[in-house]
Design a protein around this ligand. Structure first.
Ligand code: SAH
Length: 229
């Protein structure tokens, strides 16, 4: 199987590159893509740069140019649910774009015609993740992830996203990757380890916990790879 593993920032894929050890580097449209063989699979690994546009470009390139058949995203996120502490893992059941707004035309937030307010993640991959978590003795949360081109460090914005989308965590790339994967018919899995609580301390917490949370997420994703047939 050809598996794409992507992050948004260098810190999110560094632990993955370290684990695979040897890889070939390709440069396309301002990004580096790393290919290698790992545990019966061909991997293509990349970080996209931050936000919905860059992540959509990278996801599409991994699928169209490299032929990826499954997409695994690994990274960090801000917590909305009070159940989520720093370092906790959450896998998205569905994703939405919290900053997409044509409500002036009577549409719900996060919706555009011929799109959908939510994109559903692949049930089989989530099920695999639950099994992997049980095997590792790790707690894995599941829930709604809201994506937007904003670093949220504001209790008011966070509460609005929570109420509007019943979201459990927020970040800046998941839903755009989901939209691309759904359009190109590739199963996807969006995993995040919490780096902050999207509140007044978010900037400080993010800087403190980016690296440690990115490692937690990357380690889990590599265990997932080992469980994919
Ligand atoms: N420190 C970086 C910017 C990080 S932006 C710099 O200065 O270059 C935040 C990144 O982490 C995004 O990729 C996003 O997906 C995720 N993230 C973590 N916490 C977040 C939050 N509170 N709001 C939005 N995105 C968050």
């Amino acid at each position: 199987m050809k598996i794409a593993i992507m992050g948004a920032m260098p810190e999110e894929i560094a632990p993955i590159l370290e684990k695979v050890g040897v890889y070939t580097t390709h440069e396309i449209a301002g990004n580096k893509y790393y290919t290698c063989r790992y545990d019966r699979h061909d991997l293509v690994i990349a970080y996209s740069k931050i936000g919905k546009v860059f992540s959509a470009l990278t996801a599409a390139t991994m699928i169209e140019t490299f032929g990826a058949q499954t997409m695994l995203f690994s990274g960090v996120a801000g917590a909305i649910s009070p159940q989520l502490a720093i370092g906790d893992l959450i896998v998205a059941t569905r994703l939405c774009q919290h900053d997409l707004d044509i409500t002036a035309f009577g549409h719900p937030y996060g919706y555009v015609p011929e799109g959908a307010q939510f994109v559903e993640a692949d049930a089989d991959l989530i099920q695999k993740a639950v099994a992997v978590a049980a095997e590792m003795g790790e707690k894995l949360h599941t829930g709604v992830i809201a994506t937007g081109d904003q670093f949220v460090a504001d209790p008011v914005r966070k509460a609005w996203i929570a109420e509007t989308f019943a979201a459990d965590a927020l970040e800046m790339e998941g839903a755009s990757v989901a939209v691309v994967c759904e359009a190109l018919d590739v199963p996807f899995f969006i995993l995040r380890a919490i780096s902050d609580a999207a509140d007044m301390d978010a900037g400080f917490d993010f800087d403190s916990f980016l690296e440690s949370s990115a490692i937690i997420s990357a380690d889990f994703v590599m265990k997932m790879v080992e469980h994919i047939d």
